[in-house]
Every structure is written in structure tokens, then in C-alpha cells.
Design a protein around this ligand. Structure first.
Ligand SMILES: *[C@@H]1O[C@H](CO)[C@@H](O)[C@H](O)[C@H]1NC(C)=O
Ligand SMILES: *[C@@H]1O[C@H](CO)[C@@H](O)[C@H](O)[C@H]1NC(C)=O
Ligand SMILES: *[C@@H]1O[C@H](CO)[C@@H](O)[C@H](O)[C@H]1NC(C)=O
Ligand SMILES: *[C@@H]1O[C@H](CO)[C@@H](O)[C@H](O)[C@H]1NC(C)=O
Ligand SMILES: *[C@@H]1O[C@H](CO)[C@@H](O)[C@H](O)[C@H]1NC(C)=O
Ligand SMILES: *[C@@H]1O[C@H](CO)[C@@H](O)[C@H](O)[C@H]1NC(C)=O
Length: 306
């Protein structure tokens, strides 16, 4: 229908851009149904391999990140009195800022908008993700458990039930990994043995990027357990972004990225320098050029425009 409108408008083209612009303005002002479609909440947002570090610090958690097309967000989660609160430290917690209110409910709302139930979608078997421009791209949601992981995990799994019920969680079941709208990855105190034991598994484990070949962890790392592996940039590479990268630093970077990629796991380096800006960009560039899959960012606008 929109196409028909454009065709009808074609003669205007010859009358110049000003006429067209006026026509567009009039149409936009009319809130014509021709300009509306169900999944346009995230219209134009192209998902990027950016991880929104400490996402809950933003004025509006989750949505601010999505507004830049960020493909991965992180929530620090505390289990206190049976409730999962979200915040960087205990002093930052409030009764209303919970995993459910800041992440689960907003995601349900976005996914409901991206998955209209109507005559056009009756035959669709896999749900759309949060990104209208790329409905098959999952949003990665990191859950950084700040309190005891063994104790918190059952509460977290329970909190995700509404998203699970909607079929919105990536799941490893019966030997098959099925991607859906949201891939939940546990980090911080997330308990490895308990995550390994989940069957089916829709809560994954952020693997230690520098230890993927370490036999003492007794773990075969692959994307059915760990779609992501991360490490502290400073500890693993430590190049300050000025002068030359030493051969040992380059060797570490190459090895860690290769260890992950050989296992089909994405590599992320956190705690990269944030300032000065020039240094931040030099280090981001180094990481991207060497195959790192996620840019860890506090300044999402800068990362999105990088
Ligand atoms: C946890 O529960 C105890 C006992 O009911 C109460 O005194 C305390 O204020 C609660 N803490 C929080 C953070 O809600
Ligand atoms: C915070 O939660 C309390 C109790 O659930 C509720 O009464 C209050 O309206 C909430 N405040 C805001 C700002 O959402
Ligand atoms: C859904 O599938 C049925 C049965 O194959 C078909 O008749 C119908 O046209 C399909 N609807 C859409 C919107 O594709
Ligand atoms: C997984 O396998 C079990 C037992 O073979 C079967 O009952 C179940 O339906 C399967 N689940 C899925 C999601 O395929
Ligand atoms: C690995 O297995 C060995 C032998 O079973 C055990 O002693 C060790 O604690 C395990 N390591 C971890 C990290 O679970
Ligand atoms: C390389 O990584 C290892 C293991 O994390 C670390 O001990 C070492 O300091 C790193 N080397 C450099 C040059 O940073």
C-alpha cells in the first residue's frame, strides 16, 4: 500500500524536492495508517556487536541501549529477601529496580510488539527478536550475579519464566541449540556446575576467555554451554594504547581470540580503557582488527558511531 502511495506521488518528483518534503510532512502529520506497522518500535535500528556495560546505569536501562542498536546488555543482579534487585552496589538498590521491572517486563512488551498475532503471522513458527531490521538476531542479556550464585540461580530461572513461556529464550535441548529472541548468559558468580547441569538449558555461561584450554576446569567449552567468553582486557593484554604492542601482548590477544573462535565462541574483552578518547578508540580498533566479537562500551553513542 505504501508503494502505491509512492507511485501516486511520482508526478510530484518532477516538481522538485520541496514539494515532496511538504507532502511527506503532511502525511506524517496526518498519522496515516499507511505509515504505521506493528513492529516499528525498533524501526531503523541496526543491531551492532556492542555490549552495554553496566546497562542499568543508564537513565532508562535496556531501552537506551536498544535505541543505539546495541546487541548485548548486562544487569548486575542481587538476591535479597527472595527478590532479584538490579544495581551496581548495595547502596544503589531500590525496591522498584528489579530484574523483572527493568528487564523482563520491558522485554515482554517489546517482544509482544515485534510479534503481532494476526492473519499475516499465523504460519510463523519462530518468534521475531527485538530488532525490527534483523528479526533473527538475538539480544544477548548478561546476568552478572553479585550474591551467592548457587542460591540466586533458581530465582533467576524463575524470573525468566514469562519469556520462556513465550518461546523467547535461546535454548539447548535434546542436543540441539535453538536460537530465539534473547540469549541469557550468566556471568559474575553464575555457578558453572549448576549451569552445566541445566537440561534443557536456557541460561548459558560466560566462559573464562584466558582459560578455554585449561584442563583444570574440567570443561569442554562450546556454544551449547558458552556462546560467549570474556576476560579483563588489562590482565589478558594490557596494552595501554600508546607505543607498540609487545610481541607477547600480540601473542596473547591472538591466542585468546583463536581459542574462542576454534570453539565457535564469541570473544569479549572488558575493562578496556575508557579515557582518553583517543586511547579508547585505539584499543577498540586493535580488538576489532584482531577478531574480538563484542565492543564493551560505557559510551554507547560513541561505540555505535565508531
Ligand atoms: C529483608 O527482610 C528483613 C526481615 O523481614 C527486613 O528487616 C529487611 O528490611 C529486608 N531487607 C530488604 C532490603 O528488603
Ligand atoms: C515502587 O514500588 C512500590 C511498591 O510496590 C509502589 O507502591 C510504588 O508506586 C513504586 N514507585 C514507582 C516510582 O514505581
Ligand atoms: C498459512 O498456511 C495455510 C495452510 O498452508 C495457507 O492456506 C495460508 O495462506 C497461510 N497464510 C499465510 C498468511 O501465509
Ligand atoms: C526431548 O527428548 C525427550 C525424550 O526423548 C522427548 O520426550 C522430548 O519431547 C524431546 N523434547 C524436544 C523439545 O524435542
Ligand atoms: C576437576 O576434576 C578433578 C578430578 O575429578 C577435581 O579434583 C577438581 O576439583 C575439578 N576441578 C574443578 C574446577 O571442578
Ligand atoms: C598473557 O596472558 C597470561 C594469562 O592470562 C598472563 O599471565 C600474561 O601476563 C599475559 N601476557 C601479557 C604480555 O600481558
Amino acid at each position: 500500500m505504501y508503494l502505491l502511495y509512492l507511485l501516486a506521488a511520482l508526478p510530484l518528483l518532477v516538481r522538485g524536492k520541496a514539494t515532496i518534503d511538504a507532502e511527506i510532512a503532511a502525511l506524517e502529520a496526518s498519522s496515516s495508517p499507511l505509515l504505521q506497522y506493528p513492529t516499528q518500535l525498533t524501526q531503523n535500528l541496526v543491531p551492532k556487536q556492542i555490549h552495554s556495560h553496566n546497562d542499568y546505569w543508564r537513565d532508562v536501562p535496556l531501552l537506551s541501549a536498544l535505541s543505539f542498536g546495541v546487541g548485548s546488555v548486562e544487569a548486575d543482579v542481587w538476591l535479597i529477601n527472595g527478590t532479584l534487585f538490579v544495581g551496581h552496589e548495595v547502596a544503589a538498590l531500590t525496591p522498584n529496580r528489579t530484574l523483572d521491572s527493568l528487564y523482563i517486563q520491558p522485554l515482554l512488551k517489546i517482544l509482544a510488539a515485534q510479534n503481532p498475532k494476526d492473519a499475516f503471522t499465523v504460519n510463523q513458527t519462530t518468534p521475531n527478536g527485538v530488532f525490527d531490521t534483523s528479526s533473527g538476531t538475538p539480544l544477548q542479556l548478561l546476568i552478572d550475579i553479585k550474591t551467592d550464585g548457587v542460591e540466586a540461580l533458581p530465582f533467576i530461572l524463575q524470573a525468566f519464566q514469562p519469556l520462556r513461556d513465550g518461546g523467547f529464550l535461546t535454548v539447548f535441548s535434546n542436543g540441539t541449540l535453538t536460537q530465539s529472541a534473547i540469549t541469557v548468559v550468566g556471568t559474575g558468580n553464575s555457578p558453572l556446575e549448576q549451569v552445566k547441569a541445566l537440561s534443557p538449558r536456557d541460561y548459558f555461561f560466560d566462559a573464562p576467555l584466558t582459560q578455554l584450554t585449561d584442563p583444570s576446569l574440567n570443561t569442554t567449552w562450546d556454544p551449547t554451554l558458552s556462546p560467549l567468553a570474556s576476560t579483563d582486557y588489562e590482565v589478558a593484554i594490557g596494552w595501554p594504547g600508546i607505543g607498540n604492542l609487545t610481541p607477547a601482548q600480540q601473542a596473547n590477544l591472538t591466542k585468546f581470540v583463536n581459542d574462542a573462535h576454534e570453539r565457535n565462541i564469541k570473544a569479549r574483552f572488558w575493562d578496556t580503557p575508557g579515557w582518553p578518547i583517543q586511547i579508547r578508540h585505539t584499543v577498540w580498533e586493535l580488538l576489532l582488527n584482531n577478531g574480538a566479537d563484542w565492543l564493551n562500551a560505557d559510551d554507547l553513542e560513541a561505540a555505535a558511531n565508531f
